[in-house]
Design a binder for this molecule. Structure first.
Ligand code: ADP
Ligand code: MG
Length: 305
């Protein structure tokens, strides 16, 4: 998988470069992971967001293979509901959130947001409605400021800095200087700029999503690249971000999602458990098993949990 990751990284880099040269603004990994052939339908309309209710109808997606991905998932996430999504590595968690952003068109079934099939709305409006932080965030090869303002270019300097502070990013941003001497929020990131660590990129992405303040929030191991001290400092920010939003959070530590309204367990592409933390513990199934094994929330359940 290391090789695959390097390959994926290279493809991402190539695509970013390509888009930059074209002068197209790419929304970090969110847009870059988007297959190029996905275009809006001629009659595509903007998503009309009312409450942020998400419905998955008999959703299957296997990346053109026989196994892997999602298999017949039915799910309704009500307005403002906070969902924790757990499962072994490869269970299909990231696939589910990526399909919500329409990184791929679904193989079978449909995804509805407030009653509208996401394959029939404009991709731009869909992406505006959703804030996403991924396990491996890549940034645009532009200034830190451009990266932060991407989701909301009308934000003031104060709002931008407040978001960066909440994401524990402000202090390290102030210390940045790129090879051409541009500093702080003006420093360029990436190839010809400053190289940020995975944790720093994740914090910039978090700040961007805080600033964007979209009604639907998808957190895919949003703190996985942070060291535990920073991660702990960011927990309150994360819970604060979720207020009033429809949220799907995939966590690498169970402790961070135990208090969600509802926990879904994915196994081999299917939802096998659905309930509150207490209910699932009492049920003694897969979730209870994960919980016991990771001793109170401090071990990852990725790998061979
Ligand atoms: P999780 O996030 O739960 O670890 P994923 O959704 O990333 O799982 O992956 C689910 C399954 O789909 C795995 O078997 C994985 O190998 C496969 N998969 C994920 N992304 C792709 C892709 N881009 N192409 C082909 N297969 C993929
Ligand atoms: Mg994943």
């Amino acid at each position: 998988t290391l090789r695959l990751n390097a390959m994926t990284g290279w493809i991402m880099w190539a695509l970013t470069t390509f888009f930059r040269e074209l002068g197209v603004v790419a929304e970090g990994m969110e847009t870059i992971a988007q297959p190029l052939e996905l275009v809006d339908e001629a009659e595509a309309r903007p998503l009309h967001l009312t409450s942020g209710e998400i419905v998955l109808k008999d959703l299957s997606h296997h990346y053109g293979r026989d196994t892997g991905g999602l298999d017949g998932v039915n799910l309704t996430i009500r307005r403002g509901e906070k969902i924790g999504l757990v499962g072994r590595s490869g269970a299909g968690k990231s696939t589910l959130v990526k399909l919500l952003l329409r990184f791929y068109d679904v193989e079978r079934g449909a995804i509805l947001i407030d009653g509208q099939d996401i394959s029939k709305v404009t991709q731009d409006s869909l992406r505006r409605a959703i804030g996403m932080v991924q396990q491996d965030s890549s940034l645009m090869h532009r200034s830190v400021r451009d990266n932060l303002l991407y989701g909301r270019d009308d934000a003031t300097e104060e709002e931008m800095i407040a978001a960066a502070r909440q994401a524990q990013a402000h202090d390290f941003i102030l210390d940045l200087q790129d090879p051409e001497g541009r500093k702080g929020y003006d420093a360029q990131v990436g190839e010809r700029g400053v190289k940020l660590s995975g944790g720093q990129r994740q914090r910039v992405t978090l700040a961007r999503v805080i600033l964007k303040n979209a009604p639907i929030l998808l957190l895919d191991e949003a703190t996985s690249a942070l060291d535990s001290e920073v991660e702990a400092a960011i927990q309150d920010t994360l819970y604060g971000m979720m207020e009033g939003k429809t949220v799907i959070a995939i966590a690498h530590r169970l402790s961070t999602i135990a208090q969600m309204d509802r926990i879904l367990v994915l196994d081999q592409g299917r939802i096998v458990e659905d309930g509150t933390h207490d209910a699932l513990l009492a049920a003694g199934g897969l979730y209870a098993d994960f919980w016991t094994r990771q001793s109170g929330g401090f071990l990852t359940i990725e790998g061979d949990a």
